[in-house]
Design a protein around this ligand. Structure first.
Ligand code: 9QG
Length: 153
C-alpha cells in the first residue's frame, strides 16, 4: 500500500493543514500520511473532524497526538461540542525526532486502526459516527510530504 494507490493526494502541505476528505470516510478506506518529525518536536496531531469550523470548533472524531516530551506517548481523544472526552493514552511512541515516518489510518466500521512504519500501533473505537467525518487536519511540530486517500474498492 502506498500513496501511488491513492485516488487523491496532497503534496507538501503547509502546516497547519486542513482539507476535505474526498467523498467522506467509509469502512475499508485508508489515509496515508508520509512525513518527518523535526528534531525539536514536542508534539503534533492528526484530527479527523466533522467540518472545519474553528468557532465553534468542529467535533473531532479522532484526535491522534504523538508526544515526545516527558514520558513519550500517543494520546487519542475526541472533541464533542468543544469538550474533550476521556483520553486513550498509549505509552509507546514509534515516531522519532528527526526521522521520517509513514502513518496509515485504516477505517473500520467500529474502529480506526493506526499503523506506523508498517506496524500496527493502536485502535480507537468510534465515538462519532463515521458518516459525520469529512475533514482531515494535521498540525504541530511535523513536516508532511504526502497525504493520500485510498478508496475501498
Ligand atoms: O490537554 O489534550 C487531547 O485530550 C489537551 C490538549 C489538546 C488535546 C487534548 O491541550 O491540545 O491534545 O487540539 C487541541 O486543543 C490540542 C492542541 C489536556
Amino acid at each position: 500500500m502506498s500513496v501511488a494507490n491513492a485516488k487523491h493526494t496532497v503534496l507538501n502541505p503547509v502546516i497547519p493543514y486542513t482539507g476535505p476528505i474526498p467523498g467522506g470516510l467509509h469502512p475499508g478506506e485508508i489515509i496515508i500520511i508520509q512525513g518527518t518529525v523535526p528534531p525539536d518536536a514536542d508534539r503534533f496531531q492528526i484530527n479527523l473532524s466533522s467540518g472545519c469550523s474553528t468557532k465553534p470548533r468542529s467535533d473531532v472524531a479522532l484526535h491522534f497526538s504523538p508526544r515526545f516530551k516527558g514520558s513519550p506517548c500517543v494520546v487519542c481523544n475526541s472533541l464533542l461540542q468543544e469538550s474533550w472526552g476521556r483520553e486513550e493514552t498509549l505509552h509507546q511512541l514509534p515516531y522519532k525526532r528527526g526521522a521520517p515516518f509513514e502513518t496509515i489510518i485504516l477505517v473500520h466500521e467500529d474502529v480506526f486502526k493506526v499503523a506506523v512504519n508498517g506496524a500496527h500501533l493502536l485502535e480507537y473505537k468510534h465515538r462519532i459516527p463515521l458518516n459525520r467525518v469529512d475533514t482531515f487536519s494535521i498540525c504541530g511540530k511535523v513536516r508532511v510530504h504526502a497525504i493520500g486517500y485510498i478508496p475501498n474498492s
